[in-house]
Design a protein around this ligand. Sequence first.
Ligand SMILES: Nc1ncnc2c1ncn2[C@@H]1O[C@H](COP(=O)(O)OP(=O)(O)O)[C@@H](O)[C@H]1O
Ligand SMILES: O=P(O)(O)OC[C@H](O)CO
Length: 561
Amino acid sequence: MEDNLNLVGAVDQGTSSTRFLVFNAKTAELLCYHQVEVTQLFPHEGWVEEDPIEILRSVHECIEKTTENLLKMNICLSAIKAIGITNQRETTVVWDKLTGQPLHNAIVWCDNRTQSTVDQLVAKTPNKSQDYLKKYCGLPISTYFSAVKIRWLMDNRPDVKKAIDEGTALFGTIDSWLLWNLTGGAKGGGKHVTDITNASRTMLFNIRTQQWDDELLNFFSIPASVLPEVRSSSEHYGDMCEGVLSGVPLCGCLGDQHAALVGHTCFSPGDAKNTYGTGCFLLQNTGKRPITSKHGLLTTVAYKLGKDEPTHYALEGSIAVAGGLVRWLRDNLGIIKESADIEELARTVNGSGEVVFVPAFSGLYAPYWRTDARGTVCGITQWTTKAHIAYAALEAVCFQTREIIEAMRQDACDVPEDGKSPSTTSLQVDGGMTNNQLLMQLQANILGCTVLKPSMPESTALGAAMAAGKAIGVWSLKPEDLTTVTFERFEPTISQDQIASHYAKWKLAVQKSMGWHYSSETDSNLPGTDSQGTTSANHIFPGTVFIMSTFLLLAFTRDTS
Ligand SMILES: Nc1ncnc2c1ncn2[C@@H]1O[C@H](COP(=O)(O)OP(=O)(O)O)[C@@H](O)[C@H]1O
Ligand SMILES: O=P(O)(O)OC[C@H](O)CO
């Protein structure tokens, strides 16, 4: 058996699936992995939950299967020197610290049950602005982030409220839940920790002071006692307490999008990557200073790779629905059997036939931040087939990405002294959807730039492994030590003029998706306020539509009589 290797494991706990992967720390080569799909529960319209126990079991299963494969490859498990964790972010778990049992299913990041909570929170800000807390946490008040989900649990689940009040409950994002359990949990020794990137997605963490913030905790009325300790993304959190890897140090932790930024070695200001998973997230490194977006992007911590290392920040464009739309076509419409089948189906037609699909299932995230938007399919004719819908679904992911790139370019123009926008000539990509060659080609065409897919596309897990390997000194992140990455390239095959009218239709369809849903508790507060706190002419409600149509009908009758 080969045992003079330095290997690093990575748990990648995503929204759709869990993976455990093992990398060679010297060459960054992926040796083997195992993947298990995670059940998503939809108990009510707009609600998305996952079972924290199933998530934990999936991690153990993936570790067992991957290590079995390593042994079959004649590799000794003692070669695994460290483990990193990367995870779906914002997803909220509250559990009993004495029994280790979750007090509720995990409320997943894209769940929008908290819409009326958001409306009430915005209504209590002095300027009635979604952006009121941005100066502290870099985020708009939205259904997306953890604090709003904790607030909902406290308001709607008396047992959760009681446990929090009595000090027996712990809160964590998925990284915390896993780290606490893998280091001993209720049996003893469980470490209640999180890393700075995950903390920066809760709305309770001040990204400038880099601490939990009393003003934010007061705003949401959440006690600090439930929160994990915040650590850097690369340091020793504790050791695996059981199983075949018992004793191996857990020493890398980043939210999945931040891990992908590291995996792509986006270490310089201006470097950017786009990850196509359940959602789609474009992050651009902005260096050691947080930059506030004026164009609907989030400010977030990019990474802090060691206790004594500087914190780097990023601008982020978050798209709620990307691969999730493919899963919806599979599970809800049944027009494909496997996610990968969408490519074959879409290739049976030459285009979407002018169909535009805006998948605003959870409202629209960046750059609009409109909780009132809902999914819309425009341009259907008698001629439309499921293949056109599939094609439009793939285009939707690409058009959303284009909107994020445009917002980043606009922000870069606003800060000319250090404003660097993502390269206009290429975009680095990763994530499950990038296996779709048609999607990658459409993305190159719609952006008018080269799309670069690394030949080893598990960038998220790679980033977590790099952070863990760095913490124990087996993985050097010095530029001269980084291994050369080879890419598959997708070049634009049509001109931007050819795409312009289609993009204009996308923009029109986005407007049509807005103003569809509003929560009854706060109807009177809603019309006309966008994320910049300005009045939007496009924010038209059904009642308004009725009044306007009656007015037009009357006017028309009068003119022609
Ligand atoms: N070949 C494909 N074409 C289109 N979508 C795909 C393909 N393969 C996977 N997907 C979608 O990508 C998502 C899974 O990607 P992954 O990066 O594993 O997600 P996550 O990190 O959210 O768990 C699923 O939503 C799935 O529907
Ligand atoms: O599961 P993914 O890869 O789509 O990532 C989810 C994000 O972390 C949510 O913010």
